[in-house]
Ligand binder design. Structure first.
Ligand code: ZN
Ligand code: MN
Length: 482
């Protein structure tokens, strides 16, 4: 590849609060009747005064802490001046030089369990704008979204391919949901991406002379398409010996195709100045410490603990900790279990069988009929050879469907493993006797032997230990008494 991607991201996340950022209007605007959640403050009427939402600021600081940021103990709000019909004040209350969080970092997973550190430039708090709805002849304005709290995360231009961007996007969404800063429901616009992207010749280390910004990317899959589209577009321009225009580009649909919107403003075009209606925000070390304690175990910490304490591998640990709900279900199951082999097996059965059944039936963890401890009981029955692995799969389906105890189901359906050697021996004799051709072929075709194991297991309805069957067949065939 001749060109290498340089990407930085800006992510707007809607903070989960009851009321808006600077007024008492209900912040839940999704599907609400247009302009039903408005007041003089969020309509930007002259003389209305903003009062900051403490809960929203705490969410911004909590996310800053979770992203490893330093906190500005003395912070303030600033006015970012620009006019747009859905911004009637003609300025957005945001933060400029003293954001709540700065200089953090997040580790993302790359293939082959490699990690890469992405630097976080800043995490600041601001208000959302209203929404313009364009029809053919009119533009309508809905101010329900105006003044909804947004936490904005800005990264350094540390991404050099699309996989890194996607891995980071997923990681950030996961962290935000874990600590409860936002539901990050992208379909409801609760998490939006902005891409700053340019290309440089592979091997170059300085930043390119231009960058293209793409705004309002509402899903991770569109983000991926935009990067591919922009790579091709910018490469074509560079190959002609030209430099792409530094500009803001937009999207018309979900195809990833971008179009030029406007030549990019510089920060000083916004004429930032301190918001005169809100005093500076001052926090003490103790208050920050208290907020830190509300974070709980972060996904990366959980994953590391699973690997170190339970001996699960990195991939399984990643899947088990993907959501907090999944991790909690697993932890409830293995509570009090000492045997690491059982713990790992419970993890595997949980993600391999239970979660797969859940996905297939589109059900949620909270609706699961199978209880965490029942899965442990099943794994223990399997470990002590009370049932075979194929039977266990059948049992787990039944447990999933009805919540029945594994012991009860096994008893009622006669799935106990045949541990009686003479019973297995009898089946071995039968299979050998009824497959003389296969036995005769053994010299030419050693695989024929596996066929016999399969036949015997079938005869035993899968209720025997395959290793034991294997051993008995081998003994029978090498004894020479055909
Ligand atoms: Zn309001
Ligand atoms: Mn912003």
């Amino acid at each position: 590849m001749k060109y290498e991607i340089v990407i930085g991201l800006e992510i707007h996340i809607q903070a989960k609060t009851k009321s808006k950022m600077f007024c008492r209007c209900d912040a839940k605007y999704f599907n609400a009747a247009p302009n039903s959640h408005v007041c003089p403050v969020c309509l930007g009427l002259p003389g209305a005064l903003p009062v900051p939402n403490k809960k929203a600021i705490e969410q911004c600081i909590r996310l800053s802490l979770a992203l490893g940021c330093n906190i500005n103990m003395f912070s303030k709000f600033d006015r970012k001046n620009y006019f747009y019909p859905d911004l009637p004040k003609a300025y957005q209350i945001s933060q400029y030089d003293l954001p709540f969080g700065y200089e953090g970092n997040v580790n993302i997973d790359l293939s082959g369990s490699r990690e890469k550190q992405i630097r976080i430039t800043r995490v600041h708090m601001e208000e959302d704008t209203g929404k313009s709805i364009h029809s053919e002849t009119k533009t309508l304005l809905d101010f329900n979204k105006s003044g909804v709290p947004l936490v904005e995360v800005v990264t350094e231009p540390d991404f050099s391919d699309v996989k890194e961007v996607l891995s980071f996007a997923k990681r950030l969404k996961q962290i935000v949901k874990y600590i409860g800063v936002s539901d990050a429901d992208m379909e409801k616009g609760q998490m939006r991406f902005e891409l700053n992207m340019s290309l440089r010749k592979t091997g170059e280390t300085s930043l390119p002379k231009y960058k293209v910004e793409v705004k309002n990317i509402g899903s991770i899959s569109v983000l991926e398409k935009v990067i591919t589209y922009e790579y091709n577009r910018q490469q074509e321009i560079l190959e002609k010996g030209e430099i792409p225009v530094q500009e803001t580009r937009g999207l018309r649909d979900l195809s990833g195709v971008t179009y030029s919107q406007r030549v990019k403003e510089e920060a000083n075009d916004y004429r930032y100045f301190p918001e005169p209606d809100i005093p500076p925000i001052i926090y003490t070390e103790k208050e920050i410490q208290e907020l830190r304690q509300t974070l709980g175990e972060l996904p990366s910490e959980k994953k590391a603990r699973y690997i170190n304490d339970y001996g699960v591998d990195a991939a399984l640990a990643e899947t088990l900790t993907a959501t907090k709900a999944k991790a909690e279900w697993f932890e409830k199951a293995i509570e009090g279990v000492e045997d690491k082999e059982v713990i790992v097996a419970v993890g595997k059965w949980f993600v391999g069988e239970v979660v797969a059944l859940m996905k297939a039936s589109k059900s949620k963890l909270s609706q699961l009929k199978i209880q965490p401890k029942q899965l442990v009981a099943l794994v223990q029955l399997l470990k002590s050879s009370k049932i075979s692995a194929p039977s266990a799969k059948q049992v787990v389906v039944a447990m999933f469907e009805s919540g029945i105890d594994p012991e009860t189901y096994i008893r009622e359906n006669g799935l106990e493993m045949v541990n009686d050697e003479s019973a297995i021996q009898a089946v071995v004799e039968k299979v050998v006797a009824s497959n003389p051709k296969v036995v005769a072929d053994m010299q030419k075709n050693p695989n024929a032997y596996k066929f016999l194991i399969g036949q015997a297991m079938k005869e035993l309805q899968g209720k025997a230990n395959p290793q034991q069957v294997d051993k008995l067949i081998l003994a029978r065939l090498t004894s020479g008494s055909n």
